[in-house]
Design a protein around this ligand. Structure first.
Ligand code: 5CA
Ligand code: ZN
Length: 414
């Protein structure tokens, strides 16, 4: 499917150090490219019913920064992102609002594209709707059935049976807990909260996740080699990442709400399908809250990119506000974030347009400092501080420095 228009990214002389990022699975900083010239990135995309809130924006901005840092380090980046355009939360929202689920998804995907363009987020090379990949998913599930990793759970209300993944069936590249490091009690709690069904009778293990949901009356379904139905959630990401990028990829990314069960199970599926780990690193962004709780439409505390833009915000200021926080931290959005980012941006613009005097000699040092901060686990607050310090210390903004700020932070100064 069409992604969105790419922002221009200046080529800047010199090269940044290779980025190191925090891997959730090992808890350590790693170079997820393992010294290769190619970096393969998969980021879990939206479920299109409440796009684009600031939590989404912050997550995609973090991986945009990683892509920019890799490019600045001279690597070839391949990037795929899915869109979960058929799943229970989307269908429930469409039913509640009395709209067709396809129309809801299409309109939200469009909104997401426009918001990503406004924020100058680099588009993925492959932007993949799950509804376009149903055959591939069915083929993968059939393979899991043949090789003993998938089994049927009796489903009297459906045409055929639902298929589940056996988390205890041995694979050579994964066992339960490898990615998340969580204990079983916590896994059971999180599975129940995040789309799993530990209470469902007939499963071999309460943690076994759904691979394929057999067709029910009133629900969308596709004919396939394993009967009519639709994909489960985790398998879509394993299949798309493997198909578009080849396994193992460098980074599997998303918000920390995806650590378990989504990324754990996606890794399990990938191992059972390809005898490979899904990724060299699992990178997670923190959750953004507003008015005390995680931003989410169901809680009614939605701050959207579109809402801020409609109220007159400069998209660069939204970007700068988000970059001023460390990607992996949980943090709370206050309306004052935008006010202070707007003030900071005005100072940066004035500096870049040369209305403040300064020494050009130090500009190269500032550029190195920004590169060093960004490549050190995407320390964008450190990079922002480096610019503030340069301005306060009287460093002039050379065209090369302005280009570097654009290339790495995605902010084109006036
Ligand atoms: N479609 C699935 C992934 S396959 C999904 O989680 N969709 S989503 O629309 O719920 O979220 C899209 C991305 O935004 C995910 O990476 C998710 O972890 C992230 N995200 C959702 N809410 C927040 C939040 N409040 N703060 C930061 N990131 C968030
Ligand atoms: Zn995903």
């Amino acid at each position: 499917m069409r992604a969105w228009q790419a922002p221009s990214v200046p080529d800047v002389p010199g090269a940044a150090p290779r980025p190191v990022v925090h891997d959730t699975a090992t808890g350590k900083p790693v170079d997820p490219t393992q010294g290769e010239e190619r970096a393969a990135l998969y980021v879990c995309g939206i479920t299109p019913y409440d796009a684009t809130h600031l939590g989404h924006a912050a997550t995609y901005l973090a991986f945009d920064t990683l892509g920019r840092a890799w490019r600045d380090a001279g690597l070839d980046v391949e990037y795929a992102q899915n869109v979960t355009d058929v799943d229970d939360p989307l269908l429930e929202r469409a039913t509640r609002d009395g709209v067709d689920w396809r129309e809801l998804a299409a309109s939200q995907i469009d909104l997401f594209r426009r918001d990503m363009e406004s924020l100058r987020i680099l588009p993925p090379d492959d932007f993949v709707a799950v509804t376009d990949e149903v055959d591939r998913v069915a083929e993968a599930v059939a393979f899991l059935q043949e090789t003993g990793s998938a089994y049927e759970v009796p489903t009297p209300d459906a045409e055929g049976d639902d298929l589940y993944f056996d988390v205890n069936h041995p694979t050579d590249a994964w066992s339960l807990g490898d990615e998340s490091g969580l204990d079983r009690e916590t896994m059971l709690t999180l599975a129940a909260e995040r789309g799993g069904d530990p209470e469902r009778p007939g499963k071999r293990d309460p943690l076994d996740p759904l691979l394929w949901r057999a067709a029910r009356d009133g629900e969308p379904s596709w004919d396939s080699e394993i009967g009519p139905g639709r994909p489960g959630w985790h398998i879509e990401c394993s299949v798309i990442a493997g198909d578009r990028l080849g396994l193992p990829i460098s980074v599997q990314g998303g918000g920390s709400d995806l650590v378990f069960p989504h990324h754990e199970m996606s890794a399990g599926h990938a191992a059972a399908l390809a005898h490979q780990p899904l990724a060299h690193a699992f990178v997670h962004t923190g959750m953004i809250a507003y008015q005390g709780t995680k931003i989410s439409k169901s809680l009614g505390n939605l701050v959207t990119v579109r809402g801020l833009l409609d109220d007159g915000a400069d998209p660069r200021a939204i970007r700068l506000a988000l970059l001023s926080h460390k990607y992996s931290d949980d943090w709370e959005w206050f309306d004052a974030e935008l006010t202070s980012a707007t003030t900071r941006l005005a100072t940066w613009d004035a500096w870049a347009s040369g209305t403040s005097a300064g020494h050009a000699d130090d500009a190269a040092d500032v550029a190195s400092r920004i590169r060093a901060r960004v490549s050190d686990d995407l320390d964008t607050p450190g990079a922002v501080a480096a610019v503030d310090t340069a301005i306060a210390g009287g460093t002039a903004c050379t065209p090369e420095l302005a280009d570097l700020i654009d290339a790495l932070l995605g902010i084109r100064l006036a």
